[in-house]
Structures are given as C-alpha cells and as structure tokens.
Design a protein around this ligand. Structure first.
Ligand code: ASP
Length: 340
C-alpha cells in the first residue's frame, strides 16, 4: 500500500518565489509544486497539498490559526499517513509546541519545516528541508510511523517541536533544542534516535481547540521596576504568567517583588517559573534567591522552553481545569515537553 502524505502550506519564507518580471518575492502556488520540484516525483508516495488561506508570515500566527491547522489535520487524519506543515520560522517553535498539546493521542507524524531562504532562490535551504521532512513523515517500521509526534525538521536535524527555540535569524541552522536530543540526524543516512521518540499509543486522536490567551510573559532583567511588575500582574482577566527567571529559577529578593508575586498568587494567578537559559532546569530552593519563590507558591517549569510554557498554559487554561489541576499538569510532562 502506497504511503500518502498531506502537505499543509501556511506561508513563511519557504513558499516564496521570485516573480519573473519584477523580481519581487511572492508566495508560490502549491498546485505547481511538482513543476517547481520535479524531484518529488521520484518519491513512491502520494503527496497532496492544502493551502491555508490567507498565507501568512508566521509573525501573524494566532490562536485562530492554530485551531484552523489542528482542524485540517483532524479532518484529514484518517486519509493520510503523515503530515508536513510548511510554516514560517519566526514562530514555528510556538506553533509546533501548541499543536503538540492540541493533538492528543497523535499517532502519526506532523513535521513542521520552513527555510531561511525562499524556495525560489537558487541557494535555498527550503528544498532539502522539504524533501527530508517528507521522507521523515513517511518513515515507518512495519506499519507503524517512526515519528508519531509533532516535530521540527531543520538543517539536518529533527527536533521535538515543543523543545525548540528559533535561536538564529540568519543561519540555516536556526533551531535549538537545548534540553532534549535530536529525534533524528540527517546525513547520508537518516539516523533515528528511536529510544527518545514518543511511542504511539494507538488511541483515537482527540483534538482540543479551546485555548485561553489570558496569560503574560514577564522577563526579568536587573533594574526591572515595581511599576512594570505591577502593571503586568494587575492586567484585568489575567490567569497565568510565565516568569522568565535567571539561571536555575532565581529572582531578586526585594520585598516589593516577592509581595507583588505573592498578592497575584493569592488572587488566583498562576506564576510559572521558567528559566531564561537555553539549557538546564529550574530548581527552586537551590539558591537563596529562589527560596521565597517556592514558599509563596510559584509553579516550577523544570526545563520547559518559554515557547512551550506559553502554549501549555493557553492550552490548560482553555480546558477549564480547576487551578490546582492546572498547576499540577504544568509540572507534569504531557507530550515530552519537560523532564522533572
Ligand atoms: N518572517 C518569516 C516567517 O516567519 C521568516 C521565515 O519564514 O523564515 O514567516
């Protein structure tokens, strides 16, 4: 039985081609994909395409976009063996994180990819990224997909989507997964790191489309003022804050600061302690500068990325769980997004 894949084209640099007359970049028409990349015909797979309109620069990604994308995957889930999502790189880490939470019991590959140079440029990295993403989405052992999770393929590496950040705006090597090894590395061979790839659970896909955006990200810096902290913590309707702390989850010990956080927690706001570092874990209580944070009830994010923390909070708050359950789930790995 031939493998069938659905490519979902959402926009971003990867889809740009040059207008022959004006030289300006504009999004390509997916119908012409075989004309543009005749190499695709060498694959033994059926490759269909869907264009999500309007095509967007990924800086315009929104919850409505995530819902649309999840619904397209849900509607086509029974008809395809795997999915490749062509997406701008700027917010790809957020989208891959969010889709990992929205798609519960995912048993098929959803591989995001994009590029730093447009497909219509001779030196593009898009062609290799696209071809390898296709190959990975189709990879199976017997009848079971090798990568039944949401992942990002970029410049020779397959990374778990909810473990990534975009860390370089120019290099072809643009994504980092500071706390989790690559799911696969690509050279002459595609070497899958099978021991770390999530295992399929063979349950039915459950798509969650209720998201709550009443969250904020507050990044600490030396000199941060009481006015700024209070302005964020007193936003009307606020339910959760990702507090980007230093190192292993440390923060200033000023009384006004601890009191502001404590007041917010007493008013039912969840404060999620996530490190500014790209590798390593939050460990509240290790240093004196985090003892009070633990005492007043901040929720430790372990080694989660900010992108994944934001997605997870919007997802959990959207499910309407009681606050204690949200706090507990924030400290539990749901899709391999953190290690405790
Ligand atoms: N601004 C573009 C986007 O994220 C950049 C890219 O695709 O790499 O849509």
């Amino acid at each position: 039985m031939s493998i069938s894949l659905l490519v979902i084209y959402t926009g971003g640099t990867i889809g740009m081609v040059k207008d022959r007359e004006t030289g300006a970049l504009h999004p390509f028409n997916f119908e012409n994909i075989y004309k543009m990349m005749p190499v695709l015909e060498n694959f033994d797979y059926t490759i269909d395409g869907i264009t999500l309109t309007p095509l967007i620069d990924s800086s315009n990604v929104s919850p409505a976009f995530w819902i649309k994308l999840a619904e397209v995957i849900e509607a086509n889930y029974g008809n395809y063996d795997g999915f490749v999502v062509l997406h701008g790189t700027d917010t790809m880490a957020y989208s891959a994180s969010m889709l990992s939470f929205m798609l519960e019991n995912l048993n098929k590959p959803v591989i995001f990819t994009g590029s730093q140079l447009p497909m219509g440029v001779v030196r593009t990295d898009g062609r290799d990224n696209f071809i390898n993403a296709i190959e990975i989405a189709a990879a199976r052992v017997d009848d079971t997909p090798l990568v039944p999770e949401v992942a990002i393929y970029f410049e020779n590496k397959l990374l778990r989507g909810n473990r990534t950040n975009k860390f370089n705006a120019e290099n072809f090597n643009a994504f980092l997964s500071g706390n989790f090894p690559p799911l696969a590395e690509v050279g002459v061979y595609i070497k899958y790191n099978e021991s770390v790839i999530l295992k399929p659970n063979f349950r039915n896909l459950k798509v969650h489309t209720s998201l709550d955006t009443n969250i904020a990200i507050l990044k600490l810096f030396p000199g941060i003022s009481e006015t700024v902290v209070n302005a964020v913590l007193n936003i009307e309707g606020l339910k959760g804050v990702i507090l980007e702390t230093y190192g292993a989850g440390n923060a200033p010990t000023d009384e006004w600061f601890i009191e502001a956080l404590s007041d917010a927690i007493n008013h039912g706001i969840i404060i999620y302690n996530v490190t500014q570092c790209k590798g390593g874990s939050v460990d509240m209580g290790k240093y004196e500068t985090s003892v009070a944070l633990e005492k007043i009830g901040l929720v430790g994010g372990y080694d989660i990325t900010t992108e994944s923390a934001a997605a997870k909070m919007m997802f959990l708050l959207g499910q309407g769980f009681p606050i204690d359950e949200v706090k507990q789930l924030l400290q539990t790995s749901l899709r391999g997004e953190l290690n405790t």
